[in-house]
Design a protein around this ligand. Structure first.
Ligand SMILES: Cc1ncc(COP(=O)(O)O)c(C=O)c1O
Length: 447
């Protein structure tokens, strides 16, 4: 049966959603203005309920590294279902074993993995594992980072300067919870420090009993904020010195930066790593993995030390077959796809820099492989405070709305990553740059 929404108007779909879905959308991170109702996606294209076509740079918050409905990924899912793979829910399966092996071969920090459904589950379990291993409870997170929606990492990602106050070095920020309903006792255990700020990490390590530090290697939920030389190495050294479990959240950087994740680019190996998004090219899969001595707590013979991992849908064959095919494609011909992605993303970066300069304000475009972001400031940001102090948020949003109007879909909120996929062509990129040129001319004429 074809759902009636395939032919319904955008207004009717929005009305139905608002009547029956609390909040109107199934993830509040997707609440946008304007609210565009998409009905179909293919390769690098999105199609809305009004029949408009867009070149997609949002990629659903980044998973679609190979583009929407990659034929081999879809084919792998169909084959898995046709040959009788189902959710057995009892004992090991050949497909989860195959994916686990492929992951451990691809990523330097993975000696063992667990296969989950989302990145949030992976960060939640990483913290449980770190607490069990260290006997400590507190967690250090970075300001401007996002590690999922659950209580244990629940700080606001993009607070205003009024909310967060001026930069604190060395020190930490009061927790600004991302949601109502996070218990005060949990909030007290979350310590927020600035990214690229080793002094603050050390100060917090000295003062509190920290189980783990969890951070994205590149902050990709406030655009693309890269680590300063020595920062990730410094985190590794501090975690070693203070006996803290170093958790690298590669949910966004993993498989997009390189087959081996950002850890293979930086050469800094964490104790635990989290993956999601691009690992299954748009299918819901999360991975927690890391050093055997930590991961083996899931199998500890001592029931008091054993850490529980469970989930009805863990290792579901639909997601797992998608991930197996995705990894195979990414590995093919010595990782040729990464060179192609890099060339496309560099083309977009240069185009953005060139066209946005015509606005007559400072512009910096940062990039990590196929992830990019533009900032209206004269240098690459080092942390969220830097962005709050220097970036023009209003102009950012105007540019985004202009691009959407011209048929290139970027998320309509400031400082959100643009993602290039292997389904984009040079022509797509050039069309977006030409669209941006028209947007800039219109905006410049109004200034
Ligand atoms: C860096 C990072 N970690 C964790 C998550 C949570 O992943 P999920 O949405 O699959 O729960 C996200 C989601 O955007 C993310 O960007």
């Amino acid at each position: 049966m074809i759902p009636s929404s395939f032919s319904a108007s955008a207004e009717a779909i929005i009305r139905k959603s608002e009547s029956h879905i609390a909040g109107g959308v199934v993830s509040l991170n997707r609440k946008t203005s304007p609210a565009i109702v998409f009905v179909k996606a293919e390769g690098a294209r999105l199609f809305d309920a009004g029949g408009r076509e867009y070149i997609d740079y949002h990629a659903a918050f980044a998973p679609h590294l190979l583009g929407h409905h990659h034929p081999e990924v879809t084919g792998s899912v169909m084959t898995a279902l046709k040959c009788g793979w189902s959710l057995m829910g009892s004992g090991p399966t050949s497909w989860e074993a195959e994916l686990a092996e492929a992951l451990c071969e691809a990523v330097p920090g993975l000696e063992r993995v667990q296969i989950l459904n989302t990145g949030s589950e992976a960060s939640n379990l990483a913290i449980r594992l770190a607490r069990a291993a260290t006997g400590r409870e507190d967690v250090v997170v970075t300001l401007g980072g996002y590690n999922g929606w659950h209580d244990e990492v629940g700080r606001a990602v993009m607070p205003t300067l009024e909310q967060i106050g001026p930069r604190v070095t060395a020190g930490e920020y009061p927790l600004l919870p991302i949601s109502a309903g996070i218990p005060a006792s949990t909030q007290r255990r979350i310590h927020t420090v600035n990214y690229n700020d080793l002094e603050s990490v050390e100060a917090v390590f000295k003062k509190h009993s920290i189980a783990c530090l969890i951070t994205e290697p590149v902050l990709q939920n406030i655009g693309v904020v890269l680590p300063k030389p020595g920062y990730l190495e410094g985190l590794r050294a501090l975690c070693d010195r203070y006996g803290v479990v170093f958790v690298l959240d590669e949910v966004k950087t993993g498989f997009r930066s390189a087959l081996g994740g950002y850890q293979s680019v930086s050469g800094v190996c964490p104790d635990l790593s989290l993956f999601g998004k691009a690992v299954a090219n748009g299918y819901p899969l999360g991975v927690l993995g890391g050093k055997a001595k930590l991961m083996d707590l899931f199998a500890s013979p001592d029931p008091d030390k054993r850490v529980l991992v469970a989930g009805t849908y863990n290792g579901h064959p639909v997601n797992v077959s998608a991930a197996i095919a995705t990894l195979e494609i990414l590995k093919r011909d010595g990782g040729k796809v990464y060179a192609e992605l890099d060339a496309l993303a560099a083309r977009l970066q240069h185009g953005l820099e060139g066209e946005l300069a015509a606005l007559g304000v400072p512009v910096t475009v940062t990039r990590n492989a196929s992830a990019l972001c533009f900032y209206f400031m004269d240098h690459a940001p080092q942390d969220w405070h830097d962005i709050l102090h220097h970036h023009d948020f209003e102009l950012d949003r105007k540019v985004r709305l202009g691009l959407i109007g011209e048929g290139s879909y970027v998320f309509p909120a400031a400082c959100k990553q643009l993602s290039v996929s292997a389904a984009h062509t040079r022509d797509d990129i050039d069309r977006t740059i030409a669209a941006l040129s028209r947007v800039v001319k219109r905006l410049a004429s109004k200034q």
